[in-house]
Design a protein around this ligand. Structure first.
Ligand code: HMG
Length: 412
């Protein structure tokens, strides 16, 4: 039985911060953010947008654009590090908004940026086991990355959700169910204590943890392959990595090569040009959405996948690799194949129009939002005014009254 992604959609905030504006405000050369990190813009979630509103809007788009009946969903998982309650999952609010069946298994997964991938593999196993009985799974990656004003991680923030329908005989990609790798190690590279709206990160150490996890996960996956040569980089049409910032995917691809070669590649090496060309062919062409949106934590890997799938002319039936990394840390490696005819869905999953309609935010507005984020979840805080932030979608967080989160009615 083939299992994989049958429908996919991105939904993000309507406001963005230009990286050059942020650089100037922090007294940094803009090239550090745009070339050094590879980021052009950063999606900014206003206090009226949270992981629930982003997730529900993304899911509604995926169901509608791919004509999936919500009554066909038998499992709903939301992967997020940006939970809205210590007890209630984001997923149950999404379940209500989308009017899904009561006989639906619904839960939230958390492991920093790895949460949604963990949900995806659990859903695939559910279908492969035969327990789904023809029902589909809806997996949503929804996060708001916040490090705080003036912090080292500030240029690597972002926000957004990617919703995916996982099913038998999918229309977009099928997963290789056996050649998969896993990795777990307790490290303090990035975390967000219960009392904080902002993440703490040991930035440079987190990069080292990510790269170590990549090599270990890939080795674990290839140890299960009957013929590892079948999964060599030369056989891959694209390599997807977790993308906290665009440059990170370049570092990841180099480590991918080094793991395959069993040796390091230094800038002057003969191999360095081959690695560079491979990055230009298999990685860089699919990072334009990540450069526009920023880090969306657990959805970042899938944003790169959307970028790949929307380039209808460049995607043949090809083998691709997927590396998910969640700080803390947990990681997974997998392979997938595009389904013949996938190019016919490029327009349905392309978020270009949505991104083009975004409005630029000033540094002053951005800093005001970051201050408001501290109080927006408090009980009986001042009412949130969506008009103040030029946010137009109708499903929004309205504030917490009598200790209950209030949302506007979901359209449709
Ligand atoms: P930093 O110290 O500000 O930056 O921290 P830097 O000095 O390392 O410079 C960054 C790059 O810009 C370097 O390129 C510089 O050379 C270059 P590289 O050497 O790496 O190729 N540069 C310039 N380029 C052009 N013109 C210039 C210029 N100046 C410098 N003028 C850091 C950067 C990413 C560490 C920081 O932003 C941070 O702490 N971010 C948050 C943590 C993070 O993103 N970690 C990534 C790995 S962990 C992960 O991905 C998981 C995560 O998503 C969380 C989750 O799992 O939920 C974070």
């Amino acid at each position: 039985m083939d299992v994989g992604i049958d429908a996919i959609a991105f939904f993000g905030p309507q406001r963005y911060l230009d990286m050059a504006d942020l650089a100037r405000a922090r007294g940094v050369d803009p090239a550090k953010y745009t070339r050094g990190l590879g980021q052009l813009r950063m999606a900014i979630a206003t206090p009226c947008e949270d992981s629930v509103t982003l997730a529900a809007n993304a899911a509604a788009l995926a169901l509608k654009r791919f004509d999936v009946d919500p009554q066909q969903i038998g499992t709903l998982v939301v992967g997020t590090e940006t939970g809205i309650d210590h007890s209630k999952p984001v997923a149950v609010y999404v379940h209500e908004a989308l009017k899904l069946r009561r006989c639906c298994r619904t839960f939230e997964t958390k492991h920093a940026c790895y949460g949604a991938f963990a949900g995806l593999t659990a859903a695939s196993d559910w279908i492969l086991s035969g327990r789904a009985r023809g029902y589909k799974a809806l997996i949503i990656a929804s996060d708001i990355a916040r490090y705080g004003v003036g912090e080292l991680g500030e240029p690597t923030q972002g926000a957004g959700a990617v919703a995916m329908v996982v099913s038998e005989n999918p229309r977009l990609i099928t997963f290789d169910p056996l050649v998969t790798g896993d990795y777990t190690r307790q490290v303090m590279d990035f975390w967000r204590p219960l009392y904080s709206k902002f993440a703490f990160a040991d930035g440079h150490y987190s990069i080292a943890c990510y790269l170590e996890a990549l090599a270990a996960c890939r080795a674990d996956a290839l140890a299960k392959a009957a013929d590892a040569e079948e999964y060599a980089i030369a056989k891959l049409s694209a390599c997807f990595y977790h993308v906290p910032f665009v440059k990170m995917a370049k570092k990841a691809h180099q480590r991918h090569w080094e793991a395959e070669l069993g040796a390091g590649v230094s800038p002057g090496d003969q191999r360095a040009q081959e690695v560079e060309a491979s990055h230009g062919q298999r990685v860089a062409p699919w990072l334009s959405l990540n450069a526009e949106v920023g880090n969306i934590y657990t959805g970042s890997l899938f944003l790169a996948l959307i970028d790949y799938l929307r380039h209808r002319n460049r995607t043949g039936p090809g083998l691709v690799s997927l590396f998910s990394y969640g700080s803390g840390c947990g990681a997974a490696w997998g392979f997938a194949r595009t389904v013949p005819g996938v190019e016919g869905h490029a327009a349905a999953l392309d978020p270009a129009a949505q991104l083009a309609a975004r409005e630029r935010i000033s540094i002053e507005e951005y800093e005001e939002i970051m201050a408001l984020v501290e109080v927006a979840d408090r009980n009986d805080a001042a009412a949130l005014d969506a008009g103040r932030w030029h946010v137009h979608e109708s499903f929004l967080y309205q504030g917490t009254r009598d200790h209950v989160r209030r949302y506007s009615e979901f359209p449709g």
